[in-house]
Design a protein around this ligand. Structure first.
Ligand SMILES: Cc1cc2nc3c(=O)[nH]c(=O)nc-3n(C[C@H](O)[C@H](O)[C@H](O)COP(=O)(O)O)c2cc1C
Length: 290
């Protein structure tokens, strides 16, 4: 996003200044294009040279993109929304150029840049909304009061952690976080997890809870990765097979689906018939039971 905002913003700065220095368009060799502007409204007043176009370029594409870059660098979420809107603005701007100019390479390229900027902004926004979940263990006072139950979870972005804390707070169970030996953090971690998800691979984990067999019930909380339970929980279940007598399952995911198949998957990995199955949709920051 920072690349696109700087690329478009600095490009527009150079173009806008060139138009203001030489409004006849000679620096950018744009004199032959001026007649095409005459179909636009108020062309008599605004498009007899490139002065107004230069101002418009600076105000619409340069300054807002540079502001968006600044906000993104400062990690302000408003920068994500602003740059996505500016991507759409650029694409719309170029659509006007498609209408008035003969088809040319630069217009096609900048139209695609606008679309890519808008789509990147959308992806950043989804990632951002997914990552703003940081439950605090200290807020759940009842966790650990019932030593006969355990809640086991894996979480990249906190949603499964929140579901695990809530379940443990309700029953008083102890909690255990499964940690992966692979990289799972950040955007690179997302793609790496996706690889494991696509192949349905187990992901190596650091440690198992001690005395797993001593718990009367274990609740397993897993995010959904590519329509299945996540890799670290898959590995946990493989290692825990034969050591868990009763299990409940909680699945946390983005899409508003139930993912019933995950229950069968967990049953078969653990070699038992599990109890309660809860499916939680964490779409854009709101947790709701499906
Ligand atoms: C690699 C990967 C694949 C995913 N695939 C799906 C999916 O197929 N369906 C879905 O609803 N959510 C999918 N998600 C979204 C997660 O299930 C969702 O964001 C969940 O809340 C993450 O839990 P966490 O915040 O505890 O990490 C995927 C997430 C990752 C990282």
């Amino acid at each position: 996003m920072i690349f696109w905002t700087l690329f478009i913003g600095i490009g527009a700065l150079a173009g806008g200044i060139a138009m203001l220095i030489k409004p006849d368009g000679s620096i950018l060799q744009m004199q032959p294009l001026l007649p095409y502007f005459q179909v636009l409204p108020f062309a008599d007043a605004l498009f007899q040279d490139y002065f107004f176009s230069g101002i418009a370029l600076l105000l619409v594409n340069c300054v807002p993109n540079l502001i968006a870059a600044y906000l993104l660098i400062k990690k302000k979420p408003a920068g994500i929304k602003l740059s996505a809107i500016l991507g759409v603005t650029l694409a719309l701007w170029i659509i006007i150029q498609f209408i008035i100019f003969p088809l040319n390479f630069m217009d096609i390229a900048y139209f695609l840049f606008g679309l890519i900027q808008a789509l990147t902004g959308y992806a950043c926004w989804v990632f951002y909304r997914q990552s703003i979940c940081e439950p605090k263990l200290s807020d759940y006072k009842n966790i650990g009061s019932n030593k006969s139950e355990l809640v086991v979870y894996f979480s990249r972005l906190g949603r499964a952690r929140k579901a695990a804390y809530e379940a443990a707070d309700k029953s008083g169970a102890e909690v255990f976080e499964i940690k992966s030996k692979e990289r799972t953090e950040g955007t690179l971690g997302f793609w790496w997890c996706g690889r494991f998800g696509m192949h349905n691979w187990a992901m190596e984990i650091e440690a198992l809870p001690e005395a797993l067999e001593s718990y009367k019930k274990v609740t397993i909380v897993s995010p959904v990765w590519v329509f299945h339970i996540c890799g670290p929980i898959r590995r946990f279940c493989e290692l825990a097979k034969g050591r868990i007598k009763n299990a409940d399952y909680i699945l946390v995911h983005f899409q508003p689906a139930k993912y019933n198949s995950a229950k069968k998957e967990l049953d078969s990995l653990l070699g038992i018939t599990g109890g309660a199955f809860t499916s939680i949709c964490s779409e854009l920051g709101h947790n709701r039971v499906m």
